[in-house]
Design a protein around this ligand. Sequence first.
Ligand SMILES: [Zn+2]
Length: 285
Amino acid sequence: MAFSKVFTIPGRGFPRFKKKGRNDSLYLEGNIKISGNRIKLPKIGWVRTYEKHLPPILVKSNSNVTISCFAARWFISYKVDVKPEHVEHSYGGVGVDLGLKTLATLSNGKTFPAVKAYRKAKSKIAHLQRSVSRKVKGSNNRKKAILKLQKAHYRVASIRNDATHKLTIYLAKNHSEVVIEDLNVSGMLKNHRLAQAIADGGFYEFRRQLEYKCQWYDSKLTVVDRFFPSSKTCSHCGHVRKGLKLSDRTFVCSSCGFFLDRDWNAAINLALAGSSPVSACGASH
Ligand SMILES: [Zn+2]
């Protein structure tokens, strides 16, 4: 398991990259030591980090580290051995529908709202992007503007990562099965809401985290077929509705009259497509 964190190097300029670019990184081989918030790196020696306590390392093997730099921050990553705690799942299967305005809607009716700071930070990026393009190439002002832009990008990525981690931990820890949709990119183009979510890279990270966290917590991850009509199917009677528009925020069944929030209905269908008994479905008639 990789673990990345920020560290500072007081009073020294280091390390040097062959070419300064966007994704500067270097790999150091050798043994490392940890003491509180400090880490001893091969060839470099002790460096202080912003962490309160660094996680202990694997002692058995060579503990190689990767050092990288982005937006004038330094990051270090190394492998740590984590034994996940054993948890009893409180609930059975859960279906998860991902969105933009609502980050996730679960089949039990619980929702994870989109992070407001994320939207704000995103509009700031657009502003900074324009600021960079107005500056003369190679100028100091342009370099400064680029750094500001990189910092804003970093902030957006951190906010999103934090929200995704909280969501995936919650799902894997509390449910014996997590059911999600397999999203295909070509189909996405027809679906604007999801296209944006995909463009944000949110879905792939969400799925990647779920894959390993479900293993940690002994939960089953089920990915349903990408052609499964989760939004168009009535979760009450199974009738598949034709002509459901993206603007229709409520699913209304033309066969049985059942109605429910669109995303909630989709999440219930996903939960039903799983193999576990589904806990607590909301229903309205
Ligand atoms: Zn129905």
